[in-house]
Design a protein around this ligand. Structure first.
Ligand code: CMC
Length: 429
């Protein structure tokens, strides 16, 4: 028998259908509630609201489970690559060899930026925030590929998706080198996804950058771990913008803007700034934790806590292991890693953090790997955006082509004044 939820409002009782997901998640379908009762639901911050049905990513926050299309993140991190995972997220299955090869070739073909698009970088003043540049240039791609704006068939969508996945690296590297006053290095179609990015970032016209393979792999895993995370703030933004019928470029550009904030992707920058502050002020980790707990300074442990994970974030575990391994492999010490590990140890033993179920999240250790790669701190959130791009594209595609969602349009509980008389300008106090 199909389960229903019974709601009593005064002397009325209505039955609401219960939807059950493939992992036995239960949801009360309130879509007819207003029509039948005049009531809406209120859930500020959407902590308890499902905005869509999705078959892409599964998270069990109590058990620390994350799966892309059913495959555990730990398995993908060990055996797969970022490009394979991008394919998996968008097309719903891991590619076989020919599929992977043609996906790679499509991305290689689309890694270049049009020359006019390249000139955009000159218009940004030195020191421009890289997330602003990324969002603006991604959005302006719509001007260069008008044929991709009406992505109403799968082939056109695939072209647009490959262009974005590939060019986002080029945009990020150009933005960095333009800001540094360095020559812009063109993409190399024979290099792998991450090698190509590092080549565009760090090669000189007279000398190719030869990264340590351990660093390339660490970057690949880092991107893969960021590739999707169901209905987080930026992904919900992408789906919301896309639900109006807006094109893929506009939608992912909005995703970049949402990701920028320090409570979301910007946390990876904030973590390093926090660790650097502790280091430069010679503060003890215990003192920092006390300041967080007394709340007077209004500071948090950045890279700690998560809306969904209440036991641990499986991505953080993998990244921590990777960070330690990569530093060992390249024979480098990073004082920030030691502070981060001490901070984690102190916080995890403290009742404040235990009671609130606060654990390291994906952003806590990612900066250590990015620093080892030579990526400047200001670009950390851009790296998150490169990693999250397959998820945004997959979720946009699902909403547009698979579930064909309605335009997203939340309601509100109005708390402003009731009807007022209009006062002409000359009569106002
Ligand atoms: N340090 C100290 N206290 C915290 C922290 C933290 N990092 N996070 C939450 N709390 C406390 C918060 O003060 C509140 O305490 P109280 O009940 O006494 O008022 C309680 O825990 C619940 O916090 P909340 O803000 O209601 O939780 P939320 O689910 O709305 O926020 C969060 C989740 C991730 C925004 C938050 O934990 C946070 O601000 N963390 C630091 C920023 C960060 O690392 N963000 C990256 C998130 S993961 C990757 C991503 O999404 O990009």
């Amino acid at each position: 028998m199909t389960e229903t939820a019974r709601l009593t409002l005064g002397d009325r009782t209505i039955d609401l259908p219960v939807i059950v997901g493939s992992e036995n998640e239960h949801a009360i379908d309130i879509s007819q509630l207003r029509k039948e009762t005049g009531y809406i639901t209120l859930d500020e911050g959407y902590g308890n609201t499902g905005a869509c049905m999705s078959a892409i990513t599964f998270i069990d926050g109590d058990k620390g489970i994350l799966r892309y299309r059913g495959i555990p993140i730990e398995v993908l991190a060990e055996h797969s690559s970022f490009v394979e995972v991008a394919y998996l997220l968008i097309w719903g299955k891991l590619p076989n060899r020919p599929e992977l090869e043609s996906f790679r070739q499509l991305m290689a073909k689309h890694s270049f930026l049009r020359e006019q698009l390249r000139h955009h970088f000159e218009a940004f003043p030195p020191g421009s925030p890289p997330m602003a540049v990324l969002s603006a240039v991604l959005n302006s791609m719509a001007c260069f590929y008008p044929e991709l704006l009406e992505a109403e068939d799968v082939d056109i969508f695939q072209e647009g998706a490959a262009r974005i996945l590939s060019k986002v690296r080029t945009i990020a590297a150009y933005s960095y080198n333009h800001d540094m006053g360095h020559s812009l290095v063109y993409p190399h179609p024979d290099k792998s996804f991450c090698e190509n990015f590092l080549h565009m970032m760090f090669s000189q016209p007279y000398k190719d950058y030869e990264p340590d393979p351990a660093l390339v792999r660490a970057l690949d895993v880092l991107l893969l771990l960021h590739a999707d995370h169901e209905q987080n703030c930026s992904t919900s933004t992408v789906r919301m913008v896309g639900s109006s019928g807006a094109n893929l470029f506009a939608s992912v550009s909005a995703g970049v803007s949402a990701l920028w904030g320090p409570l979301h992707g910007g946390a990876n920058v904030a973590v390093v700034q926090m660790l650097e502050t502790i280091l430069s002020r010679g503060m003890s980790v215990k003192d920092y934790v006390e300041q967080v707990k007394n709340k007077k300074e209004g500071i948090r442990i950045m890279g700690f806590g998560h809306r969904v994970y209440k036991s641990f974030d499986p991505r953080a575990k993998i990244i921590k292991t990777q960070a330690e391994a990569v530093l060992k492999k390249i024979h480098r010490d990073d004082p920030l890693l030691a502070i981060a590990e001490e901070l984690e140890g102190v916080a995890l033993e403290d009742d404040y953090f235990k009671e609130r179920s606060l654990y390291p999240n994906v952003d806590f250790y990612s900066g250590v790997i990015l620093r080892a790669l030579g990526i400047p701190t200001a670009m950390f959130t851009v790296m998150f955006a490169i990693g999250r791009m397959p998820g945004w594209i997959a979720q946009w595609y699902e909403d547009r082509f698979i579930t064909k969602g309605r335009i997203q349009r939340p309601r509100q509980v109005y708390t402003g004044p009731t009807e007022l008389c209009y006062v002409p300008l000359d009569n106002r106090d």
